[in-house]
Write a protein that binds this ligand. Sequence first.
Ligand SMILES: N=C(N)NCCC[C@H](NC(=O)CCC(=O)O)C(=O)O
Length: 445
Amino acid sequence: MKHYEANFDGLVGPTHNYAGLSYGNVASLNNAAAVSSPKAAAKQGLKKAKALADLGLAQGMLAPQERPDLHTLRRIGFSGTDAEVLNKAAKQAPALLRACCSASSMWTANAATVSPSADTHDGKIHFTPANLVDKLHRSIEPVTTGNILAATFNNSRYFHHHQHLPEHVSFGDEGAANHTRLCSEYGHAGIELFVYGQEATNPSAPKPKKYPARQTLEASQAIARLHQLDDESSVFIQQNPDVIDQGVFHNDVIAVGNQNVLFYHEQAFVDTQKKLAEIQDKFNGKALHFIEVPTAKVGIQDAVKSYLFNTQIVTLPNGEMAIIAPTNCQENEAVYAYLNELVTFGTPIKQVHYFDVKQSMQNGGGPACLRLRVAMNETELAAVNPNTLMNDELFNRLNLWVDKHYRDELAIKDLADPQLIIESRTALDELTQIMKLGSVYQFQK
Ligand SMILES: N=C(N)NCCC[C@H](NC(=O)CCC(=O)O)C(=O)O
């Protein structure tokens, strides 16, 4: 039986904009009110996804969410026709309107946590949508995320979909951005690493002083229980609160794993040596590569600016690993020098491929934020909705679809334009037909 680790990238939605909504995410705040290009953003994302498919990897796409989110605006008291709702929100509560217009579902690393069947007791792939409660604009994603995941992985024989965790800060859950998996082969049972920012029920435990810690230990433990993971194959690690205060708002901004490689910054974790020993122990003595990047080579600021750790590490069909990096890594002297050196270290990582995903980067989303990993065997892959899987035909259809429906430019003031509701719904309605998703959006119900 063949095994894959498929990447499901988030298709960038028609309202992609820079609203400065994510306190603690330096790029989001620095680019607040800049003019975005939804069309360029969607095309950059599609190009990366297609390039990975062309490298011989299993690659899918996840549909974006409906924005502006009229359903939420009505729920908080704006009434009238759709245009009236938008107008009233724009005048009375512009910050709430901005929160209801974000295309943030593009960062599918935050869509859910996924545990492959090799790790779970019932032998199914488990999905739990992230509740994303720390940010208002993201907290309105999980219900539709659940609908989209269920329409994409639509076979209950292989896929087990859970409801998102209770919507309270004690269960702050950011999905796969704070989760990575180590294994010798994708189809073998692995070790699931859950990295949390704070313990909600232990006020004396360390936590950041300035920026929020979005993921709690309690949430990570709940996911491990729901996904029927063994204690012997789960490791809970605290993220270093000092780096959260320097802009590392998710663990995937400072560490990434693939198969038997863990690539991380020296300052990423609390109790690093103890945790590495626990991982090694639970890995049953099999070979592991811990690639630690020292501060002397790459400082935290360079890591945050370049997104060195928000790279994807993928295993190519020939068994070599490649790093999928944003072009921002080429533009940073220290990081570029490090990556050139990394491929000579004798680890499984032998190649680096650079992609321009700047439209997403300007909101703090790198290549790894844009994808949700799902390790699958060939039977499970065959059970995925085939219309979501990347190939020449889907790539061409989606590019034409973007050309037809997306704006070249979007400024914050444009979010108050009722025409954007019509454009967005027309596009998404057509998309659900292209990807054969059924009625996943509120406006279709
Ligand atoms: N690291 C991972 N996996 N994902 C990155 C998510 C970026 C996202 N940015 C935003 O939501 C900015 C939106 C705005 O400001 O308009 C966030 O902070 O949640």
